[in-house]
Design a protein around this ligand. Structure first.
Ligand SMILES: [Zn+2]
Length: 184
């Protein structure tokens, strides 16, 4: 039993390191504690704890089937918790939906939608954001790679704009509600 637990912890250490590296590539560093859970992966609202279920990597509903993506998705929730004001940004509202609405996930959606990066992105606007964040981080903010991926997945320009919004936000170029839209 002991060795199994140790192996589990070792794997966790690796995915944590990988996620930290990816976040560093996009200029972010989050301090959270990572724990394993047997229920669904989730993070606390205060952004201090992430509970990860390694089995979630097999979920075909998510934008990428990997443990790294599941962790980066949770980091997307941490990002929102640290930048609460983005929820009120009209551009964000238009692109991702209203993240202020109570966190009750709509798990009834059955079809893939070209306006969402993944099936799971449809369950709640904050998960929409977290899914985009996860893919953005996994690709180290490489827009060329992301464009190729979106083409392959046959995603709409709306999804591309979601990535561009995040890219610009992280690079300190914020969109204003009434300003001229940047090129897409
Ligand atoms: Zn989520």
């Amino acid at each position: 039993m002991g060795s199994v637990r140790k192996a589990g912890r070792y794997m966790f250490q690796r995915v944590r390191e990988e996620a930290d590296e990816k976040l560093a590539e996009i200029g972010l560093q989050f301090n959270y504690r990572l724990r394993k859970t047997k229920s669904e992966s989730w993070s606390t609202r205060n952004a201090k704890m992430v509970y990860l279920n390694p089995e979630d990597r097999k979920s075909s509903l998510m934008a990428d089937e990997s443990e790294l993506h599941v962790l980066l998705h949770e980091c997307g929730h941490i990002f929102v918790a640290k930048h609460k004001s983005i929820k009120n940004d009209p551009i964000v509202l238009g692109l991702f939906g209203d993240m202020r609405k109570p966190y009750r996930r709509d798990l009834s959606r059955k079809e893939d939608n070209p306006d969402f990066i993944s099936h799971y992105a449809q369950v709640h606007p904050e998960d929409n954001f977290a899914e985009v964040f996860g893919i953005y981080a996994k690709n180290g903010g490489n827009l060329k790679a992301i464009r190729t991926l979106l083409r392959k997945k046959r995603k709409s320009r709306k999804v591309l704009r979601q990535f561009l919004w995040l890219h610009r936000f992280l690079n300190g170029k914020r969109w204003t509600a009434y300003g001229k839209n940047p090129r897409f």
